[in-house]
Design a protein. Structure first.
Lengths: 478, 463
């Protein structure tokens, strides 16, 4: 392991993080709050980043450095990102700060805050801004800003970007990253504008646009988006949640005028199909509660879009809905968004590949000598990719179940423990029962909070970069 | 520049690596997922799996607006078809790797009809490189222009050379008449573009440019040419060996070639009547000794195994041969070989990549007139560039003595209709000439860049 290179890279990312903390610092000053928590945090982060980025390093860089660096960077980023929360003094313990911060960067949106509206505006702004940063990925941002990292940054982006395979949009990584961030920024700005037009205060528009863009789910209101009672804003947010959970390569293709390729994308069709079906069935299921087609559609659409995009906003407490709808939500939570988006979960493309593998397996049983390949978007998927998809699925459930076991020590109901673990792993936010849309994670013990935080990071980075950190051979000097 | 490389094999990879370093946008197409993954994992390039002739793959890879497409798969026909397709789709320039000698006779037609801008044959290029190394055992480095018609070489001036301490204009008529020119000199890390009054001193590194025969003659007069190579021992009978042997035959160098396969030996002896073909195992020292390896002047190891080449080269060095050349495609072996004193390691893939790179650099630099080649000499402090003059060039037909050039610029050679001309005051540049310009510390990207600004304004007033 080329530690100096990894640390140097970490230093650069921390510098970036320190600089990005200036934005909430400005917000805090704007609203006349004490800028001290941010000033301390910025100084510490920039200082650490500066020291690390000064380290001399050797150039050799392989897959293991890539994975290791991404894992380490995400762990440290959360640690430093929690500093403003810690210094503001509104949190009970540093573990709470960590939980909140990891929840932010991983775009989970699970919170331990019971009264959000009482928090300083700067802190809430930072909380949502971490969603925005973590959504597209800090390393993608780093490669966009520092093209010199280009040569082997492929490993980094591969480790950070969600989905079974990562494909570049342009020959150079830095160009690809720039395109991704440009699309991301433009969409965010458009959403801020629309929300403002729909009647939300400017500050709230920013908060909600950041949370939607990263598919996170932090709101500055206790009742989340439901607090505004504003159907227009709800629709805007619901649609943008879906837009942000579509593979960003699709937007690039659209910009290149290749709409046909977009329409032929298996994953996109699957994603939209699942969304439509889920909206349809929960609509029928909750009709008896709301007695109006429009009302049931409004709530069903928002909740489905919120969960499948792994955002976690709420306009209605689906805990009051029939069990059928609740189970739909849990299934959507597992499925998650598209690969290459800002969303979490297992990703639609993986589910699709799993189903196709299953179909092939069955065909193989009936015709033992049959040879067939699995295709996605008309292209053959390599056996290696398929293998990693299955391994991923297995690990995903295994880790979630282990986390359920640890969380179960707190002696809450099975539904609570189970859904808490899975919702954190999928980066959604709300689960069922205590951790439902109306609840929060404050009641859990410190251990549970740590385990759930690590679940979020594992889920966001899709397992392997974090597991590499625990491999003994990765820690050997090379 | 946007560059598409078809085929991520040895040459394709080496080329992509180099082009990436020079900040070009590189896209790689290969039919093997494994090759694509290896390339994309280690280089900052975009990879596509597919056939290079397939229009949809080429479109994805951006061949419609690419500046250059290099077809370097292992199939000649595929490469040619690929260039044809890409050219029709809108790629500006195409390069194909074609190695089958049978296509060479009709290459002109093929190039024209397939829209191929340049054809490169790795084996032939390798053989030419080896032949050059064998021809000038004393020169430090050699670069060639205009497909080998002009060469640029450097050598270090010694105390007792007849040119030392005398200005160039006073050199004897014999030297003046040679088809060559002193184009640059390096003294204490400084580069000087010499004129007639330049006085060479001991320990200067002089760069001379001219016709290969002229350079030969100069070295002979200088007395540096005493150990001319007269016989070469070649091990391995692959394509490179055949190209090399036929080149050496033309240079009147005796060639002894050892090849293991009898069938192949017959073929070689049919093609190369003057070459002594020996059927046997070239790695067998007994055989090498019995064929009196030690009495040859040079040894070239060209078997298909890099390891064998290195080992038998070491053996040849041990036998006291002064010039030993080994082929090795694996770059990491070169370092090891260097450590044990084996300096001339030849790598076909790097030679091929270097040839293509010259074209790419030329394209990247040229705006009006087409730059054909660019070499940096004297620790990158000077450049030698080859241009093809066209209508856009100013002052065509004006004698050189009437032109005012920027300082530190020399028009070294003019090649007109394949004839090498060493320019004099009365020579003028004409349309379609190839000219080689040596310049100090400034990037010349167009022939028009060489004229001094004062002269330009004066020139315009006349019209």
């Amino acid at each position: 392991m080329n530690f100096n290179l990894v640390f140097n890279l970490t230093g650069k990312v921390l510098l970036l993080e320190g600089v990005s903390m200036l934005l909430p610092l400005y917000v805090a000053i704007l609203y006349g709050e004490s800028p001290l928590p941010f000033i301390y945090a910025v100084l510490i982060t920039l200082f650490s980043g500066f020291i690390l980025s000064r380290l001399p390093y050797k150039k050799h860089f392989f897959a293991r450095e890539g994975f290791f660096a991404v894992g380490l960077i995400w762990v440290l980023m959360g640690l430093f990102g929690a500093l403003p929360f810690h210094f503001c003094g509104q949190f009970n313990s540093f573990i709470d700060c960590l939980f909140e911060c990891y929840s932010g960067f991983t775009t989970t949106g699970a919170s331990i805050l019971t009264n959000i509206e009482a928090m300083p505006k700067g802190i809430l702004f930072w909380r949502s801004f971490t969603h925005w940063l973590g959504g597209m990925g800090v390393l993608v941002l780093t490669t966009a800003l520092l093209p010199s990292m280009g040569l082997r940054s492929h490993f980094l982006i591969q480790a950070e970007s969600p989905g079974p395979v990562f494909s570049k949009l342009m020959p150079k990584q830095s160009q690809t990253s720039k395109i991704l961030y440009t699309i991301y920024c433009v969409m965010t700005v458009v959403e801020i504008g629309l929300l403002k037009l729909a009647g939300l205060p400017l500050y709230d528009s920013f908060i909600h646009a950041f949370s939607t863009a990263g598919t996170g789910g932090f709101s500055n209101r206790n009742l989340s988006v439901g607090a505004y009672e504003n159907p227009t804003a709800e629709m805007i947010i619901a649609i943008f949640m879906l837009l942000f959970s579509v593979n960003f390569a699709m937007y690039f293709l659209l910009l290149c005028g290749r709409a046909k390729d977009v329409l032929n994308s298996d994953e996109l069709r699957f994603f939209l199909g699942v969304t439509a079906l889920a909206v349809f069935f929960s609509c029928i299921n909750i009709y008896p509660i709301y007695h109006s087609v429009w009302q049931s559609f409004r709530f069903a659409f928002f909740q489905v879009s919120s969960i499948i995009s792994t955002t976690g906003f709420a306009t209605a407490d689906y805990m009051t809905w029939p069990v059928f709808s609740q189970v739909i939500m849990i299934l959507l939570l597992l499925c998650g968004a598209c690969a290459g988006s800002t969303g979490g979960g297992m990703k639609c493309s993986r589910i699709l590949l799993l189903v196709r593998c299953l179909r092939r397996e069955i065909r193989q049983i009936i015709h033992p000598r049959n040879v067939s390949v699995v295709k996605l978007d008309g292209k053959v998927v390599e056996e290696n990719t398929l293998r990693s998809v299955m391994l991923f699925t297995g690990c995903y459930f295994l880790i979630s179940l282990m986390a359920t076991l640890v969380v179960a020590m707190d002696n809450f109901s099975f539904t609570t423990s189970f859904s808490a673990a899975f919702t954190c792993m999928s980066n959604v936010g709300p689960g069922l029962d205590i951790v439902g849309p109306a609840g929060n994670f404050a009641a859990f013990s410190g251990l549970s909070k740590l385990v759930l935080s690590s679940c979020m990071v594992i889920g966001r980075l899709e397992i392997f970069p974090i597991l590499v950190l625990f491999s003994r051979s990765a820690w050997r000097r090379a | 520049m946007k560059i598409v490389i078809v085929g991520a094999g040895k040459v394709g990879y080496a080329l992509a690596d180099q082009l990436c370093r020079e900040k070009h946008d590189v896209t790689v197409i290969d039919s093997s997922e494994e090759a694509i993954r290896r390339t994309c994992d280690t280089l900052d390039v975009m990879g596509f799996k597919g056939n290079g002739v397939d229009i949809s793959t080429l479109t994805q890879a951006g061949a419609t607006d690419a500046d250059l497409l290099v077809a370097a798969t292992n199939m000649d026909e595929l490469n040619m078809a690929c260039c044809l397709t890409a050219k029709n789709m809108g790629t500006k320039y195409t390069i194909a790797r074609v190695r089958n000698p049978e296509y060479y006779s009709s290459m002109g037609t093929i190039k024209r009809n397939f829209g191929i801008g340049m054809v490169i044959n790795p084996e032939n290029a390798t053989a030419m490189e080896i032949a050059r190394l064998l021809r000038f055992p004393s020169a430090a480095d050699i670069e060639s222009f205009c497909r080998g018609r002009v060469e640029l070489m450097s050598f270090r001036v010694q105390e007792d050379d007849f040119i030392t301490g005398k200005p160039l204009y006073s050199l004897s008529n014999q030297i003046q008449k040679l088809s060559m020119l002193f184009c640059a000199a390096e003294r204490d890390g400084q580069v000087i573009i010499p004129n007639g009054s330049f006085v060479p001193q001991a320990n200067d590194k002089l760069y001379i440019i001219g016709k290969p025969t002229g350079l030969d003659e100069f070295f002979r007069l200088l007395g540096r040419y005493n150990h001319k190579i007269r016989s070469v021992f070649v091990v391995g009978g692959g394509r490179v060996s055949i190209y090399l042997a036929s080149l050496l035959e033309k240079m009147h160098i005796r060639v002894k070639l050892v090849e293991r396969n009898e069938e192949r030996c017959r073929l070689i002896s049919e093609k190369l009547p003057k070459t002594m073909v020996i059927c046997g195992d070239g790695t067998d020292q007994e055989l090498l000794d019995s064929e009196s390896l030690s009495s040859s002047d040079a040894f070239v190891a060209l078997t298909d195994r890099d390891e064998d080449n290195l080992i038998i080269s070491l053996y040849a060095m041990q036998q006291g041969l002064s010039k030993v050349i080994a082929k090795s495609n694996r770059q990491n072996y070169a370092g090891i070989a260097h450590a044990v004193g084996l300096d001339s390691i030849i790598s076909p893939k790097l030679i091929t990549a270097a040839h293509i790179l010259h074209v790419v650099r030329g394209m990247g630099n040229s705006q009006g007139s087409v730059m054909q080649a660019l070499y940096r000499i004297a620790d990158d402090q000077a450049e030698a560039t080859e241009f093809v003059v066209n209508k856009s060039t100013r002052h065509l037909g004006v004698p050189l003595k009437e032109l005012k050039l920027k300082s530190g610029i020399l028009i070294a050679v003019i090649v007109r209709d394949d004839v090498v001309i060493i320019p004099e005051g009365s020579t003028c540049i004409q349309d379609h000439d190839s000219i080689i310009i040596v310049s100090r510390e400034q990037a010349i990207t167009d022939v028009n860049d060489i004229f001094a600004p004062s002269f330009e304004s004066g020139g315009r007033n006349e019209f």
